[in-house]
Design a protein around this ligand. Structure first.
Ligand code: FAD
Length: 291
């Protein structure tokens, strides 16, 4: 099926893109990699009258160190992230996550900004952004503001971005001496997550959990932080029993989704299993610099 007719703009600056967004407001949609938006348009589930392509705006796909953080331009693709030596060295959770998104075509076109702004409840990057406590820069007509990842995903396909704002940058910490893992349960390797668990862990030499942050996707209508599991593990010397008990709390207070791929019961089981497995995997991984 073809999309409805639309007007196409390719601004060369962020200011130009913002002006177009302000002019066309609800009629307009931003276009990044098009890996979600174009499918929705062809299915006529999205029918923007105006497309504002971010592809010609210079310097929106950078990956760089900024103080004690890493700054990632919203238009950086999964492929760039996956292959970045800088990220592999300083924040391997992002390349690990990018590596399991879709297939090579999707990874070559799809962007981190598009993935986060789209807020698919089964998207992989939102889980990583939550585990990393990422900060997202939204630029609108009144200037820039920073939104914490945990405040960003407000409902299914819905974020804290205002309709006239563009997500321009994602900031994540340098994982100094921390381990990280992304584990995804999917029917086939290139599929969306039935459940995805992103995790960042700092262990003492005695295997005590000094710090842990967990992001989950696929479980409910939006990506969320596994705060109950984090609380149960912080300060504990990690053992199989403690991990299993903590992982059992991953769906506490969560309305677990049910669909053609997984019943509520099976999805809850996967969430527990993959959370426990992600913690065990992180424990056996070398700290940063390793896998
Ligand atoms: C075959 C296939 C398999 C896939 N498999 C997976 C998978 O396994 N895991 C996974 O996570 N995803 C998967 N995806 C989705 C993919 O990750 C998309 O790339 C991503 O969801 C959207 O990124 P994009 O750059 O393509 O954004 P687009 O499709 O261009 O845009 C998506 C939405 O975000 C908005 N947007 C884009 N950029 C910005 C911005 N900078 N500021 C504000 N709003 C913005 C757009 O207006 C639109 O509403 C798959 C897609 C396909 C086609």
């Amino acid at each position: 099926m073809f999309s409805n007719r639309f007007e196409y703009f390719a601004p060369k600056s962020l200011e130009e893109a913002l002006a177009l967004l302000s002019t066309h407001r609800d009629d307009a949609k931003l276009l990044a990699g098009g890996q979600s938006l174009l499918s929705l348009m062809k299915l006529r589930l999205a029918n923007p009258k105006v497309l504002i392509d971010l592809g010609r705006i210079a310097d929106l796909d950078y990956l760089r160190v900024d103080g004690d953080k890493l700054a990632i331009g919203a238009r950086a693709t999964y492929a760039q992230i996956r292959e970045s030596a800088l990220l592999r060295d300083k924040c391997p959770l992002l390349p690990k996550t990018a590596a399991v998104v879709g297939d090579a075509q999707v990874r070559n076109r799809g962007t981190i900004g598009g993935s986060l702004a789209h807020a698919d409840p089964h998207g992989d990057m939102p889980a990583a952004a939550l585990a990393l406590e990422a900060e997202l820069k939204a630029v609108g007509p009144k200037g820039a503001r920073w939104i914490k990842a945990e405040d960003f995903f407000v409902a299914m396909f819905s974020t804290a971005l205002a309709p006239d704002e563009v997500l321009t940058e994602i900031r994540v910490p340098v994982l100094d001496g921390e381990r990280s893992v992304y584990l995804k349960a999917a029917r086939r390797p290139s599929d969306f997550a039935m459940v995805g668990v992103a995790l960042r862990l700092r262990l003492s030499p005695e295997q005590t959990c000094e710090r842990i942050t967990i992001g989950l996707t696929g479980v409910t209508d939006r990506p969320y932080r596994g705060v109950e599991v984090e609380r149960a593990l912080r300060g504990q010397k990690l053992s199989e029993k403690i991990i299993e008990e903590a992982a059992a709390r991953v769906t506490d207070g969560v309305d677990v989704a049910e669909d053609i791929h997984a019943s509520k019961k099976f999805r809850s089981h996967l969430a527990r299993l993959y959370t426990g497995r992600a913690i065990q995997t992180a424990m056996t991984n070398a700290a940063i610099g390793g896998t």
